[in-house]
Design a binder for this molecule. Structure first.
Ligand code: FES
Ligand SMILES: [Fe+2]
Length: 321
């Protein structure tokens, strides 16, 4: 896992007002809760009294109340009240503090700071220059039995298109992989497929290729976009559950017409297309061994794997920072 990053972990709508949600993300059992003011908090899902799951408790004012013996915790994890000791108690409760994590929201996504709280940045990763309020989107999710690095690499893989997606987005038997060209952005990279039907020509080198109007963009640590056109985009955030599982949240964005209700209908149907493609990928990616990818590996990579190699390289650099 890369540290000191904002990871997209859940859609905002997954944690409703006055609700607590227990969820595993980044190998941590977490309790996320939202108070009556809409503010969100996140603590370890284990009470410091006798270990019960706080996610089974309830939101009380700004605090979270354990379901077992009613201890109350504020969003920073500080224990504010122990009912059994009574309101008049003046006991120091500092040893009951539960570990809390910083969470923030943007673009209807909950982001989780994985790393040193002193290094928190204000900027949440997102494709702000690509989508704005003129778009509407639909979202589906699916859990893959794969490490998030594998599911991300699959979305940067242009070599698999004519095989995994031979009857959908990879139709046309374009098995010859030119390049692909990779360009770097602050916090990520851009690439695009330049595949062709093989009529005996030599594949072009990356430097001879261009980034096409339909391109792929990736932002560390876990956001990906397919820029299909000026009017249609697919965005995926890959929420790491643990070392072998990832939840993919897949959004279909569009502004095909000037009429939002109609665009909502288009988004509604667009998600079914996304599901078909995603299931084609999942079938194969969950079989990859080892579960997580690595910069130094036994794999025999191809020129066409360039975007994956760059992803691994940058990931390695960020991990070592
Ligand atoms: S285990 Fe939470 S209050 Fe006792
Ligand atoms: Fe795919």
């Amino acid at each position: 896992m890369i540290t000191n990053q904002w990871y997209a972990i859940l859609p905002s709508k997954a944690v409703k007002t006055n609700q607590i949600v227990g969820v595993k993300r980044l190998n941590l059992e977490l309790a996320l809760f939202r108070n009556a003011n809409g503010q969100i908090g996140c603590v370890v899902d284990q009470c410091t009294h006798r270990g019960a799951a706080l996610s089974l408790g309830k939101v009380k004012g700004d605090c979270l109340q354990c379901p077992f013996h009613g201890l109350e915790f504020d969003p920073s994890g500080r224990c504010t009240f122990i009912p059994a000791n009574g309101k008049s108690s003046t006991q120091d409760l500092s040893r009951y503090k539960v570990k809390s994590y910083a969470v923030r929201e943007g673009n209807d996504i909950i982001f989780f700071w994985y790393g040193d709280p002193d290094k928190i940045t204000d900027q949440l990763p997102f494709f702000n220059t690509d989508v704005d309020d003129s778009y509407v989107y639909s979202e589906i999710l699916d859990q893959w039995h794969s490490h998030y690095s594998r599911s991300i690499e699959n979305q940067l893989d242009v070599v698999h298109l004519p095989f995994v997606h031979h009857n959908t987005i990879g139709r046309g038997n374009k098995t010859l992989v030119n390049g692909p060209k990779v360009e770097f952005l602050p916090g990520g990279l851009v690439t695009s497929a330049n595949n062709e039907v093989d009529v005996g020509q030599k594949p072009k080198k990356a430097a001879e290729c261009i980034i096409k109007p339909t391109y792929l963009k990736f932002l560390f640590p876990n956001l990906w976009m397919n820029h299909i056109s000026d009017k249609i985009k697919v965005i995926i955030y890959f929420a790491p559950v643990d070392d072998e599982n990832t939840v993919l949240y897949i959004r279909f964005y569009n502004r095909v017409t000037g009429f939002k209700p109609l665009n909502r209908l288009i988004a509604f149907f667009g998600k079914f297309g996304n599901r078909i493609i995603e299931r084609q990928d999942k079938r194969v990616v969950i079989t990859q061994r080892p579960k997580a990818s690595a910069y130094k590996s036994q794999e025999n990579l191809l020129s066409g794997d360039g975007p994956i190699i760059q992803y691994r390289r940058i990931r390695e650099e960020l991990k070592n920072q």
